[in-house]
Design a protein around this ligand. Structure first.
Ligand code: 6MZ
Length: 347
């Protein structure tokens, strides 16, 4: 590992935008493939390698392949524990994992089993004494419409109350070209009213202005991507003003956006726009498995693309703590951890 890579690996980090099934590493995929040879899935169908790009549509095809490989409680438990261990090894001290509860008739997996298995993985990792605090956001896949969204919110509500603080919020994700946010508004409103924090994928693709405007009224607690919010890329000043006025942090995933071709190059990434505004932005991976990256690499790419120093990157990782969905007490513990690590990381 070169010096830069070593610095970014040692830098304590917060990961707030990680989809469980998009985060499965190549090693774990290999284990799944050997569990299910009859599916005839090739390793190359599960990830987008270095220098490769896909349309966003093609990215969503990749998730479908991974979902075929991860369809039992046993698979989910392995995938979730592996992903947590990998984030911990990459220097992530606080992780919010998000995942869409799935029912699989063939393996008799229910949505409740799904959620409970992710929670079990988080608890098992706690017993391993890994230096990482993990929380869970339950995800709504926008393609599934109003009723499923409401059902998912009820599930999230139930586990928010019974998981001892592990389930902290709700994510809205899925193919941004499918469905409309207005159909999901009642479910999102209910989630907010019952105390679930909301992280919404907004303006990940162009021409979602109306939907974004509508959903910003909630308002969400964080925004995923927000690629096309600002006027320079076809968004609008009024959307930017709403985000700024409500101080809604943005979760930014550089490699994901470049590989999914919603952003032309790293240098064109909207990180620059929001960072220059002084608005809270959190660097995240999105799908570290599918996009073959990790959080250290994302920090390193942001620093080298935008000419940021180690001190700047320390500040970015430190300020991400303010954007987490866990309690004030957890924030204070993390701030303390960063203070303790400061002398040995920034020498
Ligand atoms: C929107 C995304 C996404 O939930 O099965 N997902 N949604 N935009 C993205 N940008 C690339 N990347 C992942 O993890 C996979 C699911 O996460 C969402 C999609 O709904 C995908 O099916 P889980 O753990």
């Amino acid at each position: 590992m070169d010096n830069q890579a070593e610095f970014y690996q040692k830098l304590p980090k917060v990961e707030l935008h990680a989809h469980l099934n998009g985060s499965v590493s190549s090693e774990t995929i290999q284990k799944l493939l050997s569990r299910k040879p009859h599916l005839n899935i090739k390793h190359s169908m599960t990830a987008i390698g270095k220098g490769q790009r896909r349309t966003l549509d093609e990215c969503f095809e990749v998730f479908k392949v991974i979902h075929k490989l991860v369809d039992t409680e046993e698979d989910i438990l392995m995938v979730a524990t592996d992903v947590i261990r990998e984030f911990a090894a990459d220097g992530v001290k606080y992780l919010e994992l998000r995942s869409t509860p799935r029912e699989e008739k063939e393996t008799r997996l229910t949505k409740a089993n799904y959620v409970e298995t992710v929670i079990k993985a988080i608890q098992q990792c706690k017993e391993e004494d890994l230096d990482i605090d993990v929380r869970f956001l339950i995800a709504i896949d926008r393609r599934n419409g109003t009723d499923v969204a409401m059902e998912t919110v009820k599930l999230a509500e139930q586990y928010m109350l019974s998981s001892e603080g592990l389930v902290v919020g709700l994510d809205l994700s899925g193919d941004p070209t499918v469905g409309h946010g207005k159909d999901l508004l009642p479910a999102l409103q209910r989630a907010k009213n019952c105390g679930l924090k909301l992280s919404l994928h907004l303006s990940e693709v162009p021409s979602q202005l109306e939907e974004t405007d509508l959903l910003l009224h909630l308002p969400p607690d964080r925004i995923g991507h927000g690629t096309f919010l600002h006027p320079e890329v076809g968004g609008s000043q009024s959307l930017v003003d709403k985000v700024v006025k409500n101080n809604i942090p943005l979760e930014l995933c550089l490699t994901s956006n470049v590989k999914g071709q919603t952003v032309a190059s790293y240098a064109d990434h909207h990180f620059k726009y929001w960072y220059q505004l002084g608005h809270p932005t959190v660097i995240c991976t999105d799908d570290k498995g599918v996009f073959c990256t990790d959080l250290s690499h994302e920090y390193q790419v942001a620093a080298s693309t935008f000419g940021l120093s180690h001190e700047d990157m320390w500040r970015i990782s430190n300020q991400a703590i303010d954007c987490i969905f866990a309690t004030e007490a957890v924030k204070q513990q993390l701030k303390q951890k960063w203070n303790d690590l400061h002398p040995q990381v920034l020498t």
